[in-house]
Design a protein around this ligand. Structure first.
Ligand code: NAD
Length: 285
């Protein structure tokens, strides 16, 4: 079994992004800028935003976080986004999800300028992804594809089973795989007999949020396992959705948690923001 080391690859990507930032600064005096909206006090969201800000600092981006209270109004978030949409020093906008229940999340995501939508959640970019056109792709599934490419794992013609069908993880993961000529099945909470599907998979992508959902008897020998889940076990330890100890004995490749898909997600955010900044720099020339 071989580990798919997302931590190592993410460092390599960061070095590349930092070099590109230097080139951009020399060429046109532009510094890529990322604006983040963080609403409420959810510790996990705050931790993710902190990690993203640190990553921006490491590669030389400008970044700003708009922290808002839990009881914020729809109108206030909307006017903040409108401001960011026209602010020339901001290339990328990220709305940290989930937003509180009084907020219409769809409306908020639709308000983000698609050219600054570095999370790839705007329906414009979702449509481009499903059509196979260039655009902004959600960071987590994009990071998974980069990781597979790094280890020269070609998904073409492979039976790929995606477990979890959210807009953030499962659906864009499936679109990327389909665009890369994989045979794709998507399973979710209402899938009858999950094991029947996973046993047939050459590659399993699981992003659900259930500890030990994928067990050793649910995979075929030498399958490739991509664990996207992030959970805390009873001891507060970070774990994925896969029974790692047992599954890793039977599979050919596996992503660890932590150190697999998580760091790739952050480096893809950097890559997407750099892409937005490079597009804006071209427009200014
Ligand atoms: P979500 O709650 O929006 O979606 C969960 C999906 O899993 C749904 O489609 C649901 O139908 C499915 N599901 C739930 N229970 C299931 C079960 N028992 N069997 C089969 N399917 C089931 O969650 P999300 O935002 O997509 O996140 C999923 C997981 O991925 C979480 O653990 C989250 O922390 C993690 N995540 C990780 C990263 C990363 O960078 N590694 C990024 C985003 C999300």
């Amino acid at each position: 079994m071989q580990i798919l080391d997302g931590k190592k690859l993410s460092k390599k990507i960061e070095t590349h992004v930092a070099n590109e930032v230097k080139i951009l600064k020399e060429r046109c005096g532009c510094t890529p800028g990322l604006a983040v909206v963080l609403v409420g006090q959810d510790p996990a969201s705050a931790a993710y935003v902190k990690m993203k800000k640190k990553a921006c600092d490491r590669v030389g981006f400008y970044s700003v976080t708009h922290e808002m209270p839990e009881n914020i109004s729809q109108e206030t978030i909307e006017s903040t986004i409108s401001m960011m949409n026209t602010n020339k020093s901001i290339d990328g906008i990220l709305i940290q999800l989930p937003l509180p229940s009084q907020i219409d999340t769809t409306k908020i995501l639709e308000l983000v300028n698609p050219a600054k939508d570095v999370d790839g959640f705007h329906p414009f970019n979702v449509g481009r992804l499903t059509t196979g056109l260039d655009g902004f792709v959600p960071c987590t599934p994009l990071g998974v594809m980069e990781l597979l490419a790094q280890y020269k794992i070609d998904v073409k013609g492979k039976n790929c089973v995606v477990v979890g069908a959210s807009n953030i993880v499962g659906k864009p993961m499936a679109s990327l795989l389909l665009n890369a000529d994989a045979t794709v099945e998507i399973c979710h909470i209402f899938t009858d007999d999950l094991k029947k599907h996973t046993l047939n998979a050459d590659i399993i992508f699981v992003g659900v949020g259930v500890i030990n959902l994928i067990k050793e008897d649910m995979i075929k020998k030498d399958a490739i396992i991509i664990d996207i889940g992030i959970n805390r076990d009873d001891d507060g330890k970070l774990v994925g959705d896969v029974d790692y100890a047992n599954v890793s004995e039977k599979c050919s490749y596996i992503t660890p948690v932590p150190g697999g898909v998580g760091p790739m997600t952050i480096s893809m955010l950097l890559q997407n923001t750099l892409k937005a900044a490079q597009m804006n720099a071209k427009e200014k020339q």
